[in-house]
Design a binder for this molecule. Structure first.
Ligand SMILES: Cc1cc2nc3c(=O)[nH]c(=O)nc-3n(C[C@H](O)[C@H](O)[C@H](O)COP(=O)(O)O)c2cc1C
Length: 200
């Protein structure tokens, strides 16, 4: 099982696309959406009169069905869930996108939300922890926190496209970042053509 936290940075669509890819590959996913992320989903992805209620509903609307009930969704304030403990044997924790606030909390062990607690668990149990930090430009505070993250063994995937894939749409850019995370997780995908496969 992969735990995917969506925190309040621009681009929640990236985490949602990752979840959809995992579900399409019959992977179990535990998803956590922070309160700020819920608001950003509404702002960036929904019509004015719509509100964000649950990921399950959102991905269903986007045409992805979870026929085998592979997606569990947890509240970001609920510490009585399995992923809040090392006893839950999840494979990896991904925060996508990762806000600068959540980055700061993760690298300082300030586990006051389920997303930051699940990262804390991943680190203490020596499991994979991957973040997709989203902010620009970056301050010295942000870069110092990213440095701390790297020292802690957190894998950092900035949402930066490779222009060698010649992206033609925002979807191409999103797929590139999702594909990079799937690469780290060792999962097959056809979201973009890897470097070296195209004859130029
Ligand atoms: C529309 C919108 C976009 C935002 N984008 C970012 C962003 O890209 N990066 C970031 O670090 N914070 C961003 N923020 C601010 C965070 O949402 C805010 O710091 C929040 O407290 C993060 O909480 P969380 O990490 O618990 O989800 C944004 C806020 C809004 C309303």
């Amino acid at each position: 099982m992969i735990v995917v936290g969506i925190s309040g940075a621009s681009g929640p669509i990236m985490g949602i696309r990752l979840i959809e890819e995992l579900l399409n590959s019959n992977e179990r996913v535990a998803a956590i959406v922070s309160q700020a992320a819920g608001q950003i989903i509404e702002y960036e992805m929904l019509d004015e009169k719509e509100s964000f209620t649950s990921l399950k509903e959102l991905i269903l609307k986007r045409g992805v069905t979870d026929n085998h009930n592979l997606l569990s969704e947890f509240e970001n304030h609920d510490f009585f869930t399995p992923v809040a403990s090392g006893s839950a044997k999840f494979e990896a924790m991904v925060v996508m996108p990762c806000s600068m606030k959540t980055l700061s909390a993760i690298v300082h062990g300030y586990a006051d939300s389920l997303i930051t607690r699940a990262c804390d668990v991943a680190l203490k149990e020596n499991r994979r922890c991957i973040i997709v930090p989203r902010e620009t430009p970056l301050s010295v505070v942000h870069t110092e926190n990213l440095h701390k993250a790297a020292l802690a063994g957190i894998e950092i995937v900035p949402p930066v496209p490779g222009f060698y894939t010649r992206p033609e749409s925002l979807d191409d850019v999103i797929n590139f970042v999702v594909g990079k995370v799937l690469n780290l997780l060792g999962r097959q995908h056809d979201l973009f053509e890897s470097w070296g496969k195209r004859n130029i």
